[in-house]
Design a protein around this ligand. Structure first.
Ligand code: HEM
Length: 202
């Protein structure tokens, strides 16, 4: 059952996100993720920041920054959403094939790297979260990455962002839930993802 769930999840996501530790790939230089809001609290702070909370996936007493927990949760959810999305899950066939064969190493790496990417991109200054994967151009170009076999179309990119929105909602982050506290949170998160489009869609 667990294997089925992971397989389904993988099917879709991009790996979105969110933990093994093969990060710090040295095959290419990682692109520094886009900067966030120029003034005021960073997006990382707005999704939880550095307050330490219990990691629900770890033993009692194992703490995690609330901001990372939020982003990791969204990444995990996104993987399930994307894996079930026939519009774009074919992009992840390398990952899916691995998982289908019982090998989750690549999946874990992707999850961690995607979470690191989002932490850094949203403004985390925790050096443990520094993104060490491929640049966005290389990670999404078959010439430089064997984990993707076709270039990403504009429509696929848009669908991916839609799926991230679904993942946010699965974690309680909706237009309604943020209306009174941080009405620009979702638009700002989407805007951040959109900054990568011209690089990813090649
Ligand atoms: C919202 C913008 C996106 C961001 C920020 C993003 C980020 C990432 C990151 C951080 C990685 C891991 C790179 C590494 O470990 O070196 C990755 C891998 C990948 N991405 Fe994206 N991505 C985005 C959009 C997309 C889209 C739209 C697609 C296809 C529809 C896609 C398909 C993939 C695939 C197939 C991989 C390789 C997965 C694997 O390890 O098997 N990504 N992406």
């Amino acid at each position: 059952m667990k294997k089925q769930v992971i397989l389904a999840a993988i099917c879709l996501t991009t790996a979105s996100v969110f933990y093994t530790s093969c990060k710090k790939s040295t095959t290419t230089t990682a692109t520094t993720p886009a900067a966030t809001t120029p003034a005021g609290p960073t997006l990382y702070t707005r999704v939880g920041g550095t307050a330490m909370v219990q990691d629900p996936q770890a033993a009692s007493g194992t703490m995690i920054e609330k901001g990372r927990l939020t982003l990791r949760s969204v990444v995990d959810s996104a993987i399930y959403v994307i894996a079930a999305d026939a519009n774009i899950n074919s992009y992840f066939h390398v990952l899916l094939a691995e998982v289908g064969a019982g090998n989750t190493t690549g999946f874990s790496a992707l999850s961690e790297n995607f979470t690191d990417f989002l932490c850094t991109a949203t403004g985390s200054t925790n050096t443990a979260f520094v993104y060490g994967g491929k640049s966005m151009k290389d990670a999404h170009n078959p010439t430089y990455s064997s984990r993707i076999t076709t270039l990403v179309t504009s429509a696929a990119f848009d669908q991916f962002v839609t799926d991230i929105g679904t993942a946010l909602a699965k974690n309680g982050v909706t237009t309604a839930s943020t209306a009174s506290t941080d009405p620009n949170l979702i638009p700002d998160l989407v805007a951040l993802l959109e900054t990568t489009k011209s690089t990813i869609v090649q």
